[in-house]
Write a protein that binds this ligand. Structure first.
Ligand SMILES: Cc1ncc(COP(=O)(O)O)c(C=O)c1O
Length: 388
């Protein structure tokens, strides 16, 4: 189809032309004496995106999934017990990774669409007087359901019972888009990837690791090879990597971090909140339900929309893709066919989202869900106008 396709999955997100151009250049020697400037600048400028001055950032050629493994294997010992909440497909997969690595996972299962209740975490940790639980695994923003958790409340819950467990937080669909305060929230390892808030293609996995967790990395007993943070430390300190780094991605990240610095994280967070509210108002005008139950926990990076009983969300997604050249996010795991998702994160503005909402209305019609033409668009327009 002529014209640009519309990408509204919650990652990969739209890559700005500036970032694409920065990636489209000749390769360089990653062992040259000039290279440390790039490496050290990236690691330095990642810190504020994590909301940290004391956490240590790492960059891998990987994705978010690899960073789950890196976070677990660098800070825990074989067979350790951990506590996790499952409330969507990504929290499920984080748990699955931990189990496949041989960790014993105490799972708090919630309805998919609910947010984590910190009191349940406090209760589980309070029952662990021997401190056998070594870490709490938390997905900050559950991309499958469009639910954002309050990490500060989870930290408070851990502290309220005086439990020393580490707090490992998946920020794959939040970091770079939503407020993330690594230091203030007492996060021990934050996990993210390049293809969402960082406005890049997939291919980089990134971590931020607290001093407390770094001390464990040093003496960790879990076998590690590629994801071992120890050789990273040695090489990064000199401005290099222990392997051939994906140069195009690093050049892209340089440009993306410059864009983040130009906009400033507070403005980026505010833009995501404003754009998300327009989507939610459109959904209300369509008289459709959000998967996220609690208004307080509705995500500003992704909205999961429940289709009416008897309708198939896959139809909405397929018509959007084939007839209207727009990619919407699918329902994952047990939500398959029940929800479709609109990703609203990264390099995005109101005009792009209004286009997406107009096309979503067409795809809803195609799937037999006859919302009034323009109802959602008008509701979002009103909001964008009054909040401009
Ligand atoms: C919250 C969350 N965690 C982890 C992942 C997995 O990341 P990746 O696909 O980069 O491996 C995703 C991917 O969408 C995600 O949304």
């Amino acid at each position: 189809m002529p014209g640009r396709p519309h990408l509204f999955v919650p990652g990969p997100t739209n890559v700005p032309d500036r970032v694409l151009r920065a990636m489209h250049r000749a390769q360089e020697d990653h062992r040259s004496s000039a290279f440390p400037e790039l490496t050290q600048g990236l690691l330095r400028d990642l810190q504020p995106v994590f909301g940290s001055t004391r956490g240590r950032p790492f960059i891998f050629a990987s994705t978010g999934t690899g960073m789950w493994e890196a976070a677990l294997t660098n800070t825990l010992a074989p067979g350790d017990r951990v506590l996790a909440v499952r409330f969507g497909q990504f929290s499920h997969l984080f748990i699955d990774t931990a189990e496949r690595l041989g960790f014993k996972v105490d799972v708090i299962d919630l309805e998919w669409g609910e947010a984590v209740d910190p009191a349940r975490i406090a209760e589980a940790l309070a029952a662990d007087g021997a401190h056998a639980i070594k870490a709490v695994l938390l997905v900050h923003n559950e991309t499958a359901t469009g639910v954002t958790n309050d990490v500060a409340d989870v930290r408070e819950a851990i502290d309220s019972v005086g439990h020393p467990a580490l707090l490992l937080v998946d920020g794959v669909s939040s970091i770079g888009s939503l407020a993330f305060r690594f230091d203030d929230w007492g996060v021990d390892v934050a996990i993210c990837g390049s293809q969402k808030g960082f406005m890049m293609p997939a291919g980089l996995g990134m971590l931020c690791v607290s001093p407390k967790a770094m001390a464990l990395v040093e003496h960790g007993r879990f076998p590690r090879a590629y994801f071992d943070l120890r050789p990273q430390v040695v090489h990064n300190d000199q401005g290099y990597f222990p392997y051939t780094p994906p140069l195009a991605h690093l050049f892209g990240l340089r440009e993306a971090l410059d864009m983040v610095a130009e906009q400033g994280m507070p403005a980026i967070v505010a833009r995501h909140a404003r754009l998300a509210e327009g989507v939610r108002r459109a959904v209300a005008a369509w008289e459709l339900k959000l998967c996220a139950r609690d208004p307080e926990s509705r995500s500003n990076t992704v909205t999961a929309i429940v289709v009416p009983e008897g309708k198939d969300a896959r139809q909405v997604i397929d018509h959007a893709y084939r007839r209207w050249d727009m990619a919407l996010g699918s329902g994952l795991g047990r939500l398959n066919g029940k929800v479709f998702r609109i990703g609203h994160l990264g390099d995005l503005n109101a005009g792009m989202l209004l286009g997406a909402l107009a096309l979503t209305e067409l795809a809803l019609h195609d799937a037999g869900i006859a919302v009034p033409y323009g109802a959602g668009v008008a509701a979002a327009q009103r909001w964008y106008h009054e909040s401009a």
